[in-house]
Write a new protein. Structure first.
Length: 180
């Protein structure tokens, strides 16, 4: 029975539309540049030249995630796309460790139904424009676009889009200045 379980896990790890530490038979490949590149080019919708997906990061529904040129996805980052919405990181996006991206959210409209049974709001794309910088441990929520060369302060929760060349911080993130 154990060998059958191991075989099923190996097949799942190599065919599932996800990457992460919970996928031990494919996750080890992220520790080596050549196998990381092969895995990421196979799994992601787009994986740009010079991009890096570090061990310890998660990506769910990779086929709807695009990672641009010279983007480094650091450990503890979690990218949750789904079959309805994409996560797009354009070229030269910088981010700290532990950034979370969520394309959907639980419904919570009714008092007569437990939250876990209310389902989800419609999924919405997340787009991070070229050259943006997202500080460590920030959370990017559904439908958000982060503008070109915009900066998101560490630990911010981004609930609304941020314009090009702006600095946004806090919970919820608010623009505190423009970059001249």
């Amino acid at each position: 029975m154990l060998l059958k379980e191991i075989y099923k896990k190996i097949v799942f790890c190599n065919t599932a539309d996800r990457i992460g530490p919970d996928m031990p038979f494919s996750h080890w490949k992220l520790h080596f540049k050549s196998s990381m590149l092969k895995l990421c080019r196979n799994k992601f919708k787009y994986f740009g030249e010079g991009a890096d997906f570090r061990a310890g990061a998660y990506a769910v529904h990779c086929s709807n995630i695009s990672i641009g040129k010279n983007v480094v996805v650091r450990p503890s980052t979690m990218m949750f796309a789904d079959q309805y919405a994409h996560i797009i990181l354009e070229d030269y996006v910088m981010m700290g460790a532990g950034v979370h991206f969520y394309v959907n959210n639980h419904k919570f409209d009714r008092r007569d139904i437990p939250l876990i049974e209310q389902g989800y709001y419609p999924s919405e794309d997340i787009v991070v424009k070229e050259g943006a910088w997202i500080g460590a441990n920030s959370i990017i929520l559904p439908g958000v676009t982060i503008g070109k060369n915009a900066i998101i302060g560490a630990g911010s929760i981004v609930t609304k889009s941020v314009q090009d060349f702006c600095v946004a911080v806090g919970n919820p993130a608010k623009v505190i200045r423009e970059i001249k």
